[in-house]
Design a protein around this ligand. Sequence first.
Ligand code: MN
Length: 498
Amino acid sequence: MKAVKSYKFWFCTGSQDLYGDECLKKVAKHSQIIVEELNKSGILPFEVVWKPTLITNELIRKTFNEANMDEDCAGVITWMHTFSPAKSWILGLQEYRKPLLHLHTQFNEEIPYDTIDMDFMNENQAAHGDREYGYIVSRMGIERKVVMGHWSDKNVQERIASWMRTAIGVIESSHVRVMRVADNMRNVAVTEGDKVEAQLKFGWEVDTYPVNEIAEAVGAVSESDTNALVDEYYDKYEILLEGRDPAEFRRHVAVQAQIELGFERFLEEKNYQAIVTHFGDLGALKQLPGLAIQRLEEKGYGFGAEGDWKVAAMVRIMKLMTSGMKDAKGTSMLEDYTYNLVKGKEGILQAHMLEICPSIAEGPISIKCQPLSMGDREDPARLVFTSKEGPGIATSLVDLGTRFRLIINEVDCKKVEKPMPKLPVATNFWEPRPNLYTGAEAWILAGGAHHTAFSYDLTSEQMADWADAMGIESVIIGADTTIRNFKNELKWNAAVYR
Ligand code: MN
């Protein structure tokens, strides 16, 4: 997918002038070396930018406000090399509005046993300087990530990298605009939600357009553009005619190509990055968008079915968070469909009537045309595939009436035992952690939906940190989950998030 812009993260080192200029020179030198080495590591997805040492209220306030104003700055990394009296940080922190990482590190890895003296200790005292700073950030109730360890440690660098992706999710959230070409499905509860509150909390704009307005944009796509895209499909995917007439099949595929181009142009023109459709509100569209939506998702658009705008926004954000990731395995909307309850082979078959993103595919991707009972239109063309194995996370953002809750389930994706030749849709299959029974019970207790935003490339920690930054409740269902503790957590959270 299209990468997000080249965000940068500022590296701000705290100190004071108590130990003289000589000491401050070393502080600056040390933090410059750390920044250089972090950038050279090849582990961080974004560049770190060194900033002059912060020692006064005025400079700290100015620097944080500059970070706010700089559109390329996605967050600030702070580290107190020496003791930095934390009252100096209050005004700057009060006015700062972007993601904050507290890197609790020190320049030297080992205590220099033979040479250590008081000067060395005064110069290298993050162990207490970072505690003073941590106190004020905690007292101010500011959300931040704390990462502890030596800056050269691969694990520390990976944790910084992981937080950077969370920060992108936070920064980009307020730029997500969801186009609804239909309301949510009649009578369905979990896909509903408070769009005003969503804008307050997440910055999302969720707007409706009459379906025929977008159908007109589809109708305006020329035959030659459509045919060129169909040719691309035929080059890229396997064609499963299954006895259908080749010319008729191609006409059906062309409908989706025209929808893809029409939707994409409409979304781009009006600056939307996510879309919802609804099989019950198709207007002049000839088919339920299937292949077309799958391709748009692969390009980075968020998608939610049956008007599910919360899933559409979450898919978009999670795609942004994984943007540019080497060896990314994919992110998609999915839906819990049906269980395998055979002992030792338990899991949930994931699919949708059409719209699964091919970024999660493994093996061949084929085009099929099959009747669809939903939608009352001609047989839609769709991409069919199975998905990769390995760990992933399924998320569901629900509106509990007084607040949002993000439910995150760690899952293990597997191959199904046998092919499913009669199933004409893309699928995934996973076993929730800690196991199907506890995982599904906890999911239901938390009010998790049947639609999910799924990714192989993000962790429950990243998504929970994102929720914290958004000021909403999150719960993780993972290897350690027990129903008793989980129920208690939900009760305690109800007291906290009121
Ligand atoms: Mn659905």
